[in-house]
Design a protein around this ligand. Sequence first.
Ligand code: SAM
Length: 338
Amino acid sequence: MPLEYPLNPGAMDWSRLYPDYFPAAPSGASEPPAISGEASEANEAVPAPAGEDDACAASADGLKRKLAGEIELSMTLAKKAKADGGDSGSEEKAVEFADIGCGYGGLLVALAPLYPDTLMLGMEIRTKLVNYVQKRIEALRTIQDKLDAGISSEAAAKLDQDAANRNLHQSNEADDEEEDLNEDEKRKVEEAGETKAVVDGKYKNIAVVRMNAMKYLPNFFAKGQLSKIFFLFPDPHFKKRKHKARIISSSLISEYAFATKIGGICYTITDVEDLHLWMKAHLDSHPLFERIPDDELLGKDPVVEAVFNCTEEGRKVTRNKGQKFLACYRRISDPYDN
Ligand SMILES: C[S@@+](CC[C@H](N)C(=O)[O-])C[C@H]1O[C@@H](n2cnc3c(N)ncnc32)[C@H](O)[C@@H]1O
């Protein structure tokens, strides 16, 4: 499964991910421009750091297209800002929550019924996990539709399990590069059939894409589009020489700030104290984010409860009786932005 990313946010075809919210392009219409990344990033990649190394690693062609995308994006944003009198908001539905490195998708599944009218996107680099989350969401949606149609929860789960087994089989045949899911992962897919009642939104508001957030986040989101951005139990990259591969860095925070609206919240949590201090130091010193005291959120923000307890990595830490370090930040306005 290649990495895919649009030339700019306006070129993204969201109908594939949220068919209930975006009408499909009429058949025969030209495909929106999407670009596939390098094959070397295909599986289990430790993402290359953004910046100069990226430019060196990218093929000249890829780089040219990325630059073209950036220019097009700036022009689109400038036009849009002018049309909106400086506000980049739009009438159209747009993704508002981004879970960066969503893993098995636990946060999306937990938040989907809490914010049934909010579109949420999991962004994940590993093919195997993206496939898993796609199937998990498909299973949940199918079960919800069946429950809604009056089919009992047991029958819905059974029907859906048959479909999930067929899907798993087919996708393993279709993609030679794809590793089989192990037993634990298959069990998690089966557990996606757990829902017993119709929930608000019926999971139509969550989706996942395979992408490298350290390189292509600005291709997906316009300025100020996100109200929440999550970095939950990110890879720690313990060794000092690997720190540049960490998903939080000063230059990347600037990209995250660009995509986040004023007042939006960036959530970070980890069980690795050294990484917590690293993320905190970088976010504390960034002019576009301010720390939200934990006591303003704990017990008050339902999202924080999910951040602590609803991701697969978070659950593992709980099982192992590990400590969790939370740090959340509010996006503040840029004094130089008029
Ligand atoms: C330790 S896991 C945590 C997963 C999930 N957030 C959780 O709490 O269960 C970190 C995830 O980030 C993903 N990841 C790492 N670098 C990434 C990147 N540059 N873009 C997108 N995902 C990335 C990894 O593949 C992995 O699934």
